[in-house]
Design a protein around this ligand. Structure first.
Ligand code: AMP
Ligand code: MN
Ligand code: MN
Ligand code: MN
Length: 314
């Protein structure tokens, strides 16, 4: 609930941005507050990003971001580490996660926004995910050994000293050892969808991660729906299954300009009544085309996801 006068004033005028408020105020984003520059999907080195949580907050501050969600893969470590820096920078930091899951035999990602970071079920499931990641990484290592690539597991693990090991760390190892010419080739040859290193058997079902998100008081968002490279009808089935499971939003705004051509994500978001998130999926400053916070506005008539998040949890 809104308990302070400043936010009440904001509600009445509906013109104040989040960045004009004091970070110690409680913020109920459902009441008409509008971020000037939101980004609700990015990574730190606690998963497969390059920046430390502190450096990410510095970059967010320089970029004028006022509402940020660090969505590291299956861990809240980056969120907890970034929190004090976000407070000094007057950035509203949303406790968030990017879940790895499966649907119909393929890997899908679900972003959980504004979950209670201390929820016991959530903490338990994140421990399970961490174990699943290690087992899966060992399996990826075994599979790569079969095609003559030695020590990939320990090599990748050394490249992920801060936390969650994933395919990007294997990609860096393959590049470092000269098995591939560039990072992208590592996915194309060994790690991408359907390749030998695309091990996904240990992930929970889509429905489960949506349920855990909701149980922890969060909003479930279907991440980067275009990345799955699905036919229009299969994409429709995925979005329908997600909405039926209790998912409430989808990442529609993922670049500085909205695509004006026919966009099936828009169509299905409307059909299933989903709110819309804005999400760069930023991993590193070295990637020139993926900027933190470089995102278009939520198009009419969609509801921005922050209007469903309520007061930001701590
Ligand atoms: P994992 O969490 O181990 O399944 O790895 C997934 C991560 O790998 C994604 O979040 C991306 O950062 C990266 N990734 C997946 N597919 C590709 C690809 N084709 N090219 C580059 N990076 C990718
Ligand atoms: Mn990633
Ligand atoms: Mn993802
Ligand atoms: Mn991501």
């Amino acid at each position: 609930m809104i308990i302070n006068q400043k936010v009440l004033t904001t509600y009445v005028l509906n013109t104040t941005s989040i960045s004009e408020l004091n970070t110690n105020d409680s913020h109920d984003l459902s009441s008409g507050l509008n971020p000037l520059k939101p980004d609700l999907h990015c990574h730190t080195y606690c998963s497969d990003g390059d920046l430390s949580p502190q450096a990410l907050i510095e970059l967010a501050e320089q970029s004028g971001i006022d509402l940020l969600a660090i969505t590291d893969h299956d861990t809240l470590d980056g969120y907890f580490e970034a929190k004090p820096f976000a407070e000094s920078a007057a950035i509203q930091l949303v406790p968030a996660i990017e879940w790895s899951a499966v649907w119909g035999g393929m890997s899908v990602h679900v972003v959980g926004l504004n979950l209670d970071p201390n929820d016991s079920t959530l903490t338990e499931q994140l421990t399970n995910q961490r174990t699943a990641r290690i087992e899966r990484a060992r399996e990826i290592g075994r599979k790569l050994a079969k095609v003559g690539i030695e020590d990939a597991y320990s090599g990748a693990r050394n490249l992920a000293p801060m936390g969650q090991i994933g395919r990007p760390h294997f990609a860096r190892y393959l590049l470092e050892k000269g098995y591939v010419k560039n990072y992208q080739e590592a996915f194309k040859k060994y790690l991408g969808a359907g390749k030998l290193g695309d091990v996904k058997t240990s992930w929970p079902q889509l429905e489960e991660v949506v349920a855990w998100t909701r149980q922890a008081g969060g909003v479930a968002v279907l991440a980067h729906p275009k990345h799955y490279k699905l036919t229009r009808s299969k994409l429709g089935r995925l979005i329908e299954a997600f909405a039926e499971a209790g998912g409430e939003a989808i990442e529609l705004v993922t670049s500085p300009k909205m695509d004006s051509t026919d966009n099936p994500v828009k169509h299905f978001a409307q059909l299933y009544g989903l709110a819309v998130s804005v999400a760069s999926d930023f991993h590193t400053p070295q990637n020139g085309w993926q900027h933190l916070g470089g995102l278009a506005k939520v198009p009419e008539p969609f509801v921005p996801v922050w209007q469903m998040m309520g007061e930001i949890k701590k």
